[in-house]
Design a protein around this ligand. Structure first.
Ligand SMILES: Nc1ncnc2c1ncn2[C@@H]1O[C@H](COP(=O)(O)OP(=O)(O)OP(=O)(O)O)[C@@H](O)[C@H]1O
Length: 368
């Protein structure tokens, strides 16, 4: 691994008696798209503010290129922030907004500033908008000006605090592609904050899933989706069926009173666990051919699939995504493959989880 551009070491943040960050350790490499993902109030913005220098950590170190920057003022840090509400100056036009930071630095000639502003506006596809007043722009255009204003300063890192939350669904989707392309073409590190799991999965190289002041799991979108560390992550990322179970032995788990082959190992014999099955991994078949039997309760057509709710004999709810509609009241069988079952220990740290996955990777391949 290359030397990280940002390293947060054991960051704590307290407001009075309330600890809002409880020991954050993260490393961000140059040129990657990272996302802090978690519910409202979990501490995402506080992490951005600590990296940007707007708030001090109560405890812990912030390193930039290996140097401690806890005491470096915000304007001396090579990071810029795009805020949720854009924070544009309403009395300045687009050019003036974008040029503002460069003017304040007092280092470049007027001609150089003009070129830099034009380049920044071109990279967010706003050529020709320089003379417009901010009030004459749509929400999406204002959002682009805010990004141009940040990147014109050529930061090593861009911090983005829920920048798409004010946009409608279609524009938001378009901007997801644009931001991803922009990050790749600029090659600078992005740290993006969102509570929208789909957005995080779509855009990120790596995600940090947070809850109540802690990072619960970090990894690629695929890793986190396929191998959530615990109930919270499984529930927060995508849709899940989560059931209580018992790990009988390596590669054999019991839930809803039946034993199933699975791809997980490294737990104690008969250890209580939780089991995740994603709705799209369940197939409906006849009760005779199914690994378990459920009764269809209700369904909604979601466009590209039918979302079906069913109950097993123990009254566990099952969410199933199927290309075919189901019939309410009908008894059907459910099938799934051993590798569709994901078994989670009840209290496993991320280090233990990663070590176990690495140790049993070969065995897992044999069982998939
Ligand atoms: N200046 C402050 N004084 C006291 N408490 C604060 C202050 N700033 C933030 N907090 C609290 O710290 C916690 C974390 O806030 P933060 O803004 O980092 O969360 P978040 O994950 O970004 O949430 P959201 O998605 O709603 O923006 C919240 O409980 C918030 O109320």
């Amino acid at each position: 691994m290359t030397e990280p551009i940002i390293r947060l070491k054991n960051i704590h943040k307290r407001y009075g008696d309330t600890e809002v960050l409880k020991g954050i350790n993260i490393e961000l490499e140059e040129g990657k798209f990272y996302t802090l993902l978690g519910p409202s109030g979990c501490g995402k913005t506080t992490i951005l503010r600590i990296i940007a220098g707007f708030t001090d950590a109560t405890e812990g170190d912030v390193l930039f290129d290996g140097q401690r920057i806890n005491d470096l003022p915000a304007n001396k840090r090579k990071v810029n922030t795009v805020f949720q509400d854009y924070a544009l100056f309403p009395h300045m036009n687009v050019n003036e907004n974008v040029a503002f930071g460069l003017r304040m630095q007092n280092q470049l000639s007027k001609a150089e500033i003009k070129t830099r502003v034009q380049d920044a506006l071109a990279s967010v596809q706003l050529q020709g908008y320089g003379e417009r007043a901010i009030s004459e722009l749509s929400g999406g255009q204002q959002q682009r000006v805010a990004i141009a204003r940040a990147i014109v300063l050529k930061p090593r890192m861009l911090l983005l605090d829920e920048p798409l939350s004010a946009l409608d669904a279609k524009l938001r989707r378009d901007m997801q592609y644009e931001l991803r392309d922009l990050q790749q073409s600029l090659g600078i590190t992005f740290l993006f904050v969102t509570h929208d799991q789909e957005e995080a999965l779509a855009m990120s190289d790596d995600i940090f899933v947070m809850n109540t002041g802690l990072v619960l799991q970090s990894g690629t979108p695929v890793d986190i989706y396929d191998e959530p560390i615990n109930h919270f992550v499984a529930d927060f990322i995508g849709e899940s069926n989560i059931l209580s179970g018992t790990m009988i032995k390596d590669y054999e788990v019991e839930f809803v009173g039946k034993q199933f082959e699975c791809a997980d190992a490294g737990m104690k014999p008969n250890e209580p666990v939780e089991v995740v099955l994603r709705p799209e991994d369940l197939d409906i078949t006849t009760p005779e051919q199914g690994k378990l039997t459920v009764t269809i309760d209700s369904q909604l057509f979601r466009g590209d699939y039918h979302e079906i709710v069913a109950y097993d004999e123990d009254q566990n709810e099952w969410l199933i995504h199927s290309t075919n509609p189901a019939v309410a009241g009908q008894k059907v069988g459910l099938t799934f493959e051993p590798y569709d079952i994901h078994v989670m220990r009840l209290h496993e740290s991320e280090e233990e989880f990663d070590a176990r996955l690495e140790k049993y990777e070969d065995g897992e391949e044999a069982h998939t």
